[in-house]
Design a protein around this ligand. Sequence first.
Ligand SMILES: Nc1nc2c(c(=O)[nH]1)N[C@H]1C(S)=C(S)[C@@H](COP(=O)(O)O)O[C@H]1N2
Ligand SMILES: [Mo]
Length: 340
Amino acid sequence: MLIKKKPSWDKFNHNDVTPEEVYQQRRHLLKQIGFLGAGTLLSFPAQAGLWDLFSDDKSSEHFKQAGLNFKKQPAYDQWIYGDETPEAKVISHNNFYEFGTSKTDPIDNAQSFQVSPWQLRIEGEVERPMVLDYDALFRLFPLEERIYNFRCVEAWSMVIPWIGFSLADILKKVGVTSKATHVVFETLYDPEQMPGQKNRFVGGGVAYPYVEGLTLAEAMTELTFLSVGLYGKTLPPQNGAPVRLVVPWKYGFKSIKSVVTIRVTDKQPPTSWNRLAPNEYGFYANVNPKVDHPRWSQASERRIGQGGLFSAKRINTLPFNGYGDMVGDLYKGLNLKVNF
Ligand SMILES: Nc1nc2c(c(=O)[nH]1)N[C@H]1C(S)=C(S)[C@@H](COP(=O)(O)O)O[C@H]1N2
Ligand SMILES: [Mo]
């Protein structure tokens, strides 16, 4: 399948995207020749060299043409190259209620969404507040590619190759004050562009702007990612362009899209889904197969893009979505059934 498009949100000029099969085959080959196993043994330049053997990949050129590069991060890849959910699924099966509540509404309704100019404010309990414009999002910090498992509270999941940087990089740059305990995130509020913000039936009853929050410790942990791209390209609008949070050990609703404000605070903030249905969606929202949603089990998940034609493969859900070794310590002594 040749995915050919040049939508308005695509600010960095590029040509046709590599046909998906070629991309997958190349990754399969890398896997076969032990690129990933070797990745832990080889120095980074050696890994990069090996990757370059296959670098007719237009999708990474997309970033390169803009003078941008990203470093692959095998350390996070319990999900190896070749395991990713097909790009076509990642960009067409979305939750982004600002553009409508069905899975295909975001791809259908978000294509003219303006992502540039953009301003991301970092404010509140910080020593040096900052405003990042569109270009700064891509240039201020070294970009990394990380393949993360992504688990929606609705019990479907995908494996997604994100590009971005750790939220901690920004927080270190602005310097949080001694009062800081939590971090709040807000999506753009622009009802003219986002039909769901104009009409509560389209927007699923959420009070906009969409807001999310983390504890400071969660925000500072390396795994917490600000994504500006996926599959080697800038984010499509339906996935939260130009910048969105990715918190892979939490249910997907924590991974707020199209962020304009990051505010460091001294108290736990209200969050969109918790406000709407507090008995169903907690503040923590850590992926937990042992704590069911009141209306369905969380013990397993449908892996989108894998399995048969009509039914996705069902796999067991892991505590903290498989990232317990990296984040479990954050919750020592906390009752996860009460603090769901
Ligand atoms: N602003 C905003 N962010 C959002 C949402 C939303 O409706 N609005 N949906 C959330 C939910 S429920 C999920 S599962 C993920 C989906 O991300 P994806 O479409 O990139 O897979 O985005 C999250 N971030
Ligand atoms: Mo979700």
